[in-house]
Write a protein that binds this ligand. Structure first.
Ligand SMILES: C[S@@+](CC[C@H](N)C(=O)[O-])C[C@H]1O[C@@H](n2cnc3c(N)ncnc32)[C@H](O)[C@@H]1O
Length: 210
């Protein structure tokens, strides 16, 4: 999935992946990460996700990262939030109270730009990427996350070839291959769902950098 693919989706408002409601597995499992109020939570490939507002309401500082400026602008305007806009290296930083969105390429991000991250919420980020990019994505996470940082990862499982990705099926074996060498991987829940009319399983994992 090249950057142009996503920019075109946002420009044409073809954003079937966006959900107005908060992801139920976020509400159910995020508290098990044992964070403290004020901790900084990273939401990679965040789009204009309602989950950002949910995390902010839970008392966290939220930092999203998103390629599309259309998505970032829409997030703040649709939530009636004023955001200041500053340059942060090669990123544009949209900032309001307790929420910032960095606009730019995930694969260029550094620890310095992100600040001290305590946890990650990954919904439709890893599974938005084709196989070769998923490896780079996990390597980047390994580089930017300190020990003990926990991630709530939501992945999808469906029989290969039954859905044209994205979203892509990412099976437990692959999650373990991508993260198992540097994180503990714990499956929290396997829930029934549907993607593009196909019955699927949504898998919630807790990953902890060891
Ligand atoms: C499937 S959407 C999911 C968005 C969001 N997580 C949600 O749950 O609604 C994937 C998002 O990743 C963004 N994206 C894709 N490649 C990216 C990259 N290299 N850097 C930053 N964002 C990227 C896309 O623009 C898109 O908004």
């Amino acid at each position: 999935m090249e950057q142009q693919f996503w920019q075109e989706k946002w420009n044409a408002n073809e954003i079937g992946f966006h959900q107005d409601s908060v992801h139920p597995l976020l509400e159910k499992h995020f508290a098990s990460l044992g964070l403290e109020k004020g901790d900084r939570v990273f939401v990679p490939l965040c789009g204009k996700s309602s989950d950002i507002i949910c995390l902010q309401k839970m008392g966290y500082e939220v930092v999203g990262l998103e390629l599309s400026e259309v998505a970032a602008q829409s997030f703040f305007s649709e939530n009636n939030l004023y955001a200041s806009i500053n340059d942060a290296g090669e990123y544009k930083r949209f900032q309001s109270a307790h929420i910032e969105i960095l606009c730019g390429d995930f694969f260029s991000v550094t620890k310095e730009i992100l600040g001290n991250i305590s946890a990650v919420f990954d919904r439709a980020a890893l599974i938005a990427l084709p196989p070769e990019m998923r490896k780079q994505y996990a390597e980047k996470m390994q580089y930017i996350l300190n020990s003990d940082v926990e991630t709530l990862l939501i992945a999808l499982e469906y029989p290969d070839s039954s859905v044209n990705g994205p979203p892509f099926a990412v099976f437990q074996k692959e999650v373990e291959a991508l993260y198992g060498g540097w994180c503990t991987v714990e499956l929290l829940e396997k829930a029934d769902t549907e993607v593009k009319g196909t019955p699927c399983h949504e898998m919630a994992y807790r990953l902890k950098v060891s």
